[in-house]
Design a protein around this ligand. Sequence first.
Ligand SMILES: Cc1cc2nc3c(=O)[nH]c(=O)nc-3n(C[C@H](O)[C@H](O)[C@H](O)COP(=O)(O)O)c2cc1C
Length: 192
Amino acid sequence: MLLFVNGHLIWNYFVFAGHFCGTGMENASKRRPVVMKTLIVYETKHGTVEHAVALLAGKLHGETRTARVSDTLPKLSKFDTVIIGGSIYFGEIQKTLAMFMVKNREELLGKRLGLFICGAHPDPAEREKELENAFPKEFRDRAEAQAIFGYQIHFQELNPLERSIAKSILRQKVDKVGLNEEAIEAFAAKFN
Ligand SMILES: Cc1cc2nc3c(=O)[nH]c(=O)nc-3n(C[C@H](O)[C@H](O)[C@H](O)COP(=O)(O)O)c2cc1C
């Protein structure tokens, strides 16, 4: 009888304390899941990188914004992850992207970083070198993913000089449509 009375009181005490203090369990279930916020900053000349960015954005979890580097950019402080991508012309990434990295160096180095290029060099080893040269070493050392997403060539969009370069140096003879979706998928998976 006495035990029952004590047990009853003890039970009530826990119900009372749990009501005000909580166990943490119910709060955890109410807490909103952390949403990854990603900004993809890119540059393109004939639209390949823009296409790659759209494919990548579609594969990333969380909230993703995309912005051409020459457009008005949102505040970097709003994002946990920044992905930077451009295309290679005459061995180099666009100057606008290089300048963006110099100007925002400190803030970018505090983010989760992803780096990619589009390039059509016929030699895979050269393409790897282009990727290496496109980004500062300190960015590459920090990056969670770095990749080459392939390339596209649309001859009708090139001027005569560009056409002859595509044919002679890049050894492209016909239009190339389509990017390396596997590389884009694998890149996205590193952030998800
Ligand atoms: C004139 C010209 C020069 C190029 N130079 C290079 C190069 O040096 N290395 C490379 O890997 N790709 C080179 N490319 C291929 C482009 O990087 C490729 O077509 C890319 O998909 C273009 O992306 P964009 O349309 O987003 O600018 C060149 C293409 C053209 C037309």
